[in-house]
Design a binder for this molecule. Structure first.
Ligand code: NHR
Ligand code: GAR
Length: 215
């Protein structure tokens, strides 16, 4: 089988990128991370890429006059790698309609909440402030609607309200490292499809997200 090609977009520490690199090494990804692109220079995720001998690029959004010109450059670099799948892993720039259409059905994001709860930023803080019983993370197809694309799978964390935001963030991230490569491997073995803003898993439409049991 020829390896499917994965491009990972990051903005920061890249711990989810690391989970992909580790899964690939263990032959659990069913694909190969062929490039990493960051919109921020000097982030730790770029060091992780370098250590794993993966080509890494920085496309600094601050160096572009408009969102569209940034997105065009990003798209050009991505296209040069001919990826089967593009992974947003802590990537913090909202992507334009044109960009999303170019890679329609091949873009996944991980969002640190149980979507449709808490799209946008500061999710851990919001879950704690609302005294939610459960929090967690979701992997979804990326569409033009911010954090609004169809959700594929979620992993849950029972909140203990003695924990502070940084502890909750750490716990959620740990779970993400289990969830995200697993969902990507489904895509890379052709088990997932986005159609009519819905998710098809093994040719059946998902009526609700798959809930992954935490290890
Ligand atoms: N783009 C599209 N079109 N659709 C989505 O669902 C996207 C997306 C780009 C990123 C990740 C998302 C998240 O998981 C994501 C989903 C950044 C922001 C944001 O407000 C919001 C959501 C997400 C990522 N970004 C600011 C901006 O002006 C910058 C914030 C910063 O740099 O800290 O782009 O939460
Ligand atoms: C992850 O927890 C991810 O869910 C979140 O940022 C973290 C990135 O960590 N994503 C967002 O908040 C997107 N707006 P990482 O860089 O160590 O993978």
């Amino acid at each position: 089988m020829t390896d499917k090609r994965v491009v990972v977009l990051i903005s920061g520490s890249g711990s989810n990128l690391q989970a992909f690199i580790d899964a690939e090494k263990l032959n659990k990804l069913n694909g190969k991370v062929v490039a990493v692109i960051s919109n921020k220079p000097n982030v730790f995720g770029l060091v992780r890429a370098q250590k794993a001998n993966i080509p890494a690029h920085v496309v600094e959004h601050t160096q572009f006059p408009t969102r569209n010109t940034f997105d065009d450059k990003l798209a050009e670099i991505i296209q040069s790698y001919q990826p089967d799948l593009i992974i947003l892993a802590g990537f913090m720039r909202i992507l334009s309609e044109t960009f999303v259409q170019t890679f329609n059905g091949k873009l996944l994001n991980i969002h640190p909440s149980l979507l449709p709860k808490y799209p946008g930023l500061h999710t851990h803080q919001r879950a704690l402030a609302n005294k939610d019983t459960y929090h967690g993370s979701s992997v979804h197809f990326v569409t033009e609607e911010l954090d609004g694309g169809p959700v594929i799978a979620q992993i849950k964390l029972k909140l203990n309200h003695t924990n502070d935001e940084s502890e909750v963030m750490q716990q959620v991230q740990q779970l993400e490292h289990q969830l995200y490569p697993e969902v990507a491997s489904w895509f890379l073995t052709n088990r997932l499809l986005m159609k009519d803003n819905g998710v098809y898993f093994d040719n059946k439409k998902l009526e609700e997200p798959v809930i992954i049991e935490s290890k």
